[in-house]
Design a protein around this ligand. Structure first.
Ligand code: ADP
Length: 254
């Protein structure tokens, strides 16, 4: 669905992305992992058509420019205040569709649907800076849902969220993944392990590993708790590794 070919990017004189090649398939749930400064945010900004990169990005087999890319690929920024530009929740969520050459009715329809889906009705007329961190994050997701992007990138979605809001966000991610291709950058290995079906690890601007849970055999990132537990128990077959506490319980209860 999305193919990155030889993507290179430099901020002035420092080269941040080095020859990135990736094929993203429809419906995948991907976790993008790697230390701070590895280039994850920069890669997202290239994939979303915000930065001017070297190399090619193909959408459904055809080369695609930055303007088109911005319509197909939505980015939920790590810091909501960087993403939000309008005054009220309603204006913020309708801003994207309003710039999309669609009818007024369609704009209203999409805005209403996104606001309902993210449970934001009571905040519709409220100024965005009077929202909590969790509410702001939901507005940023509503922005992207209203744009109807097929691929959605989340840059550290749980940063600044408390446990309750992180769990809510995980539910939202699961629901969104039923219809969209999702890539989430995260430092939370336990979340990545239970949520994703593919793991891409970046190191110093390059792809260091890309695959299933066997990537945790490398030393690029921390290992998830359940993964470590299975290793201690001597389990060799990765396909039998439980991906959640519930699945772990099921292993012992039949
Ligand atoms: P990550 O998201 O993995 O933490 P980033 O993409 O934010 O990594 O950063 C990759 C590298 O690019 C870092 O060394 C960072 O200092 C540098 N960088 C990020 N943004 C800028 C910028 N606007 N100007 C110059 N260097 C930047």
């Amino acid at each position: 669905m999305l193919e990155l070919r030889n993507i290179d990017f430099s901020y002035e004189d420092s080269r941040v992305l080095r020859n990135i090649n990736l094929s993203i398939n429809k419906g995948e749930k991907i976790a993008l992992l790697g230390d701070n400064g590895a280039g994850k945010t920069t890669l997202f900004l290239c994939m979303n058509g915000v930065l001017k990169y070297k190399g090619d990005i193909l959408y459904k087999g055809k080369k695609i420019g930055n303007k088109e890319l911005r319509k197909k690929v939505g980015l939920v920024f790590q810091e909501p205040d960087v993403q939000m530009i309008a005054t009220t929740v309603e204006r913020e969520v309708s801003f994207g569709p309003m710039n999309m050459k669609i009818s007024k009715d369609e704009v209203k329809d999409r805005t209403d649907r996104a606001i309902t889906q993210l449970n934001l009705e009571e905040f519709r007329k409220r100024a965005v800076h009077y929202l909590s961190g969790g509410e702001k994050k939901r507005v940023c997701i509503a922005d992207i849902i209203a744009m109807d992007s097929e691929v959605v990138l989340f840059d550290e979605p749980c940063a600044f969220l408390d446990t309750r809001n992180s769990l809510l966000l995980e539910k939202i991610l699961n629901k969104m993944a039923e219809q969209r291709t999702i890539i989430v950058s995260t430092h939370d290995m336990d979340f990545a392990y239970r949520w994703a079906d593919r793991f891409i690890i970046m190191e110093k601007g390059s792809i260091a590993a890309d695959g299933g849970i066997e990537v945790f055999d490398t030393d690029y990132v921390e290992k998830p708790m359940l993964w470590k537990l299975m290793k201690i128990q001597g389990m060799e077959d990765y396909s039998r590794y439980p991906r959640s506490i519930e699945e772990y319980g099921d292993m012992y209860n039949g």
